[in-house]
Ligand binder design. Structure first.
Ligand SMILES: *Cc1c(COP(=O)(O)O)cnc(C)c1O
Length: 726
């Protein structure tokens, strides 16, 4: 199978001297390379902004004359040649793990947060998956990603004057998204039939270039399918459980088929949560049918070479399918595997609730010997809630180990910080970004420099927010009260607290509104005011979440808060980037222990934003007493936690921020920022995370596979073994 892909995008003919621009635009590499970004901006700053930082959309809009002129402009050409050389150097870098060192990895996830031009994410799980692909590309890990193309995306949030979230779909603009069709030999869009679904369902395959890593996306919205089936992949996380099951079959079993059909070699299967877990069954089948293993051997091979990452701290947070539905879809399948119904069902059976049905998380945990949670605390919680299905746990061999999440540094750190880090830590700092010793040199940066970068981030955030509201105002003629609540009155000179997360009950988005009288005193303090910026979507069927959002929005409209509380509509990757670089304090107050990890606080910390959090998720590992503030009680209690939050803001945060000395700078605040960057950035980087995945899972599995392969080849077995799992 050739893997040629075609650009589904007709970019006007580029001048010959600029031929590489299209190639750069079609690889997300530019999104995490400051000079890559700047190149497009330089081409036409106005269109760059208008296009929403989408190089393909911009190249389609720009006039041929302007392109022609750029192709002759010496200074643009020089920068273009440099960036193109950087890009080619990155893509062709030979610094890549060989098969003898590391077996190729197939990474499966239902969503990926990569860039706002590819809206196939809803939140944290997706951004983790996106950062894993980016970091794997940077490190040269042999990885491919499998996911879904959701033509309707997730939800675009529109908030009415009454504060109620109305969602519309957020269609992927296929003609300007950095997504390419994969073509078959005849030049048609490459399409697979999802095995074992009757009547048949087909999926076409797209690909996204994430640096050196390829992400393949399955799309069922194609003519070959019935209307009902076309909708399988139409949107992310539908609440219809039957449709979810079909999505899971397409993603797991269909995704596996994509790898097979494209001839993509891999031998380690990494599943991010239960959504794609059916890939495990498909792998068992392929071991039996293609490699002549017995059922037991196949299961044991799959268990040894697969990794399951769990993200939920609650049994209730998992997908459970009725036995009937499973029977309906898998009857032929288990026969083909040589299993009886009972054995098949037993893999998804939760002994704590045996009649509930087939549980996808239970299935993943049982079928993978390699399991991990996403923080230390979450590993303890997960082992407790799943203790009835897990093997014995010990200190050396925890049944659910942990790899605490990290964030992709060059995606989330602001360009200005990256520049000063490069200047201070030396040009090899990116290579050594997870080394805490290196970061000690942050101490040497002049306080004023840090203050200015951080203030600049705040100004950019405020401008960004105002510009969005201005557009909404001019496009839709919104109610002035809505414009006010959406942040037009924010002031960059005011201490700013940010809270941007999914609007869902356990995250307690409205905790800081618990006592409005007390909050009013804090916000409206005459000499030392405080402003709060909220953002986040509620799941379309989460009524409680929508009510919380409405409460926040109405509070933002309340004149007594004088425009100092704002709710930013339609939280996305782009909004997140502005907020984590623009606020002073990042607030995190979930019900303990519901936040398995949380990553937005890490993104903020990279930018010198101080963390204000309850002791949950990654914070017990991240806090050292000096790099942020901890508040609240355990077990969580709203009234107590709110009081403790107000105390911390009033007694510690406000006085420190406004302890302004010469040059208008609070040196105490900067000391804390430095402490936070030094202690958090290296440890919660995606680099550290991927190294841990390697040390705990990828490398040991690879070693075992290699030993097996060697012993088999010395035994000179004559059995035909078409392509071992490699
Ligand atoms: C990082 C990120 C998240 C996840 O943040 P949490 O801290 O896990 O809530 C969600 N949405 C966006 C847009 C993000 O950038």
């Amino acid at each position: 199978m050739n893997q040629e892909s075609s650009v589904n995008i007709s970019i006007p003919k580029l001048p010959e001297t600029l031929n590489g621009l299209c190639e750069i635009a079609l690889n997300l590499w530019w999104t995490w390379n400051p000079r890559g970004k700047n190149l497009f901006k330089q081409l036409n700053p106005y269109l760059w902004k208008e296009s929403g930082h989408n190089p393909i959309a911009m190249l389609k809009k720009i006039s041929p004359e302007a392109l022609e002129a750029a192709g002759k402009n010496a200074s643009f050409l020089r920068e273009y040649s440099y960036v193109y050389a950087l890009f080619k150097d990155y893509i062709n870098d030979k610094n890549i793990y060989s098969k003898e060192e590391l077996s190729p990895i197939a990474y499966f996830c239902a969503e990926y947060g990569l860039h706002h031009t590819v809206p196939i994410y809803s939140g944290g799980l997706g951004f983790l998956a996106g950062d894993i692909l980016k970091e794997s590309s940077d490190m040269g890990l042999p990885m491919v990603g499998i996911g879904f193309m959701y033509p309707e995306g997730y939800v675009r949030q529109i908030i009415g004057a009454d504060g109620w979230q109305n969602g519309t779909t957020e269609p992927i603009e296929q003609d300007v998204a950095p997504i390419e069709r994969v073509l078959d030999e005849k030049g048609n869009h490459f399409t697979i039939q999802v095995p074992f679904i009757d009547p048949p369902v087909y999926a076409s395959i797209w690909k996204v270039n994430v640096g050196r890593v390829t992400l393949y996306l399955l799309d069922t919205d194609i003519e070959q399918n019935d209307p009902w089936d076309r909708q399988i992949s139409s949107r992310l996380y539908t609440s219809d459980i039957n449709q979810r099951l079909r999505q899971q079959i397409v993603l797991g079993i269909g995704g596996y088929r994509v790898l097979e059909k494209l001839g993509i070699e891999y031998s380690i299967l990494h599943l991010n949560e239960g959504y794609p877990a059916f890939a495990l069954f498909e792998r068992v089948r392929s071991c039996i049918e293609d490699e002549n293993l017995t059922l037991e051997e196949a299961i044991s091979r799959v268990k040894k070479t697969s990794i399951f990452t769990t993200h939920t701290p609650l049994q209730a947070g998992t997908d459970v399918h009725s036995f009937d539905m499973i029977s309906k879809n898998f009857q032929d399948y288990w026969q083909r595997l040589g299993m009886d119904k009972e054995t098949f069902m037993s893999f998804g059976l939760n002994p704590d609730d045996p009649n509930a049905g087939f549980n996808m998380t239970v299935f993943g945990l049982k079928m993978c010997d390699n399991r991990n949670a996403v923080s230390k605390k979450h590993s303890e919680v997960a082992q407790k809630i799943w203790k009835n299905i897990l093997p014995e746990t010990s200190k050396e061999q925890p049944a659910i180990d942990y790899v605490t999440n990290g964030v992709h540094l060059s995606t989330w750190a602001g360009d200005e910080f990256i520049e000063i880090l490069e200047h201070t830590l030396g040009n090899r700092w990116m290579m050594m970004q997870d080394d805490p010793d290196l970061w000690g040199y942050i101490e040497d940066i002049d306080d004023e420099v840090i203050w200015n970068i951080s203030y600049g981030g705040k100004v950019r955030m405020v401008n960004f927010i105002r510009e969005r509201v201005r557009r909404k105002w001019s496009d839709e003629g919104i109610d002035p009260v809505v414009a006010m609540a959406e942040g037009v009155m924010l002031d960059p000179d005011v201490l700013t607290i940010g809270f941007a997360r999914r609007m869902t009950e356990y995250k307690r988005p409205a905790l800081i509104l618990h006592d409005l009288d007390r909050l009013e005193k804090i916000v409206n303090n005459y000499a030392r005011p405080v402003q709060i910026v909220f953002s986040g979507k509620a799941h379309p069927s989460d009524i409680t979440g929508k009510k919380i959002l409405q409460h926040i929005f109405k509070t933002a409209q309340d004149p007594r808060f004088r425009g100092r509380i704002a709710f930013i509509e339609d939280y996305s990757e782009n909004v997140a980037k502005h907020l984590v670089r623009g606020v002073d304090v990042w607030l995190n107050n979930p019900l303990i222990p519901m936040e398995a990890c949380g990553t937005s606080g890490m993104k903020a910390a990279l930018n010198g934003v101080l963390h204000l959090s309850v002791m949950d998720g990654w914070w017990p590992e991240g806090s050292n007493g000096k790099n942020g503030w901890t508040f609240g009680s355990e077990p969580s209690d709203d009234a107590e936690d709110a009081a403790s939050l107000y105390d911390t803001i009033e007694n510690e945060i406000v006085p420190l921020y406004y302890d302004v000395r010469e040059n208008g700078i609070s040196h105490g605040w900067i000391d804390k920022m430095k402490e936070s960057m030094m202690s958090i950035s290296p440890r919660f980087s995606a680099r550290r995370m991927m190294k841990e995945y390697m040390r705990k899972f990828y490398v040991p599995i690879s070693k075992e596979l290699l030993t097996e392969e060697k012993s088999e080849s010395t035994a000179a077995s004559s059995a035909v073994r078409p392509e071992p799992l490699q």
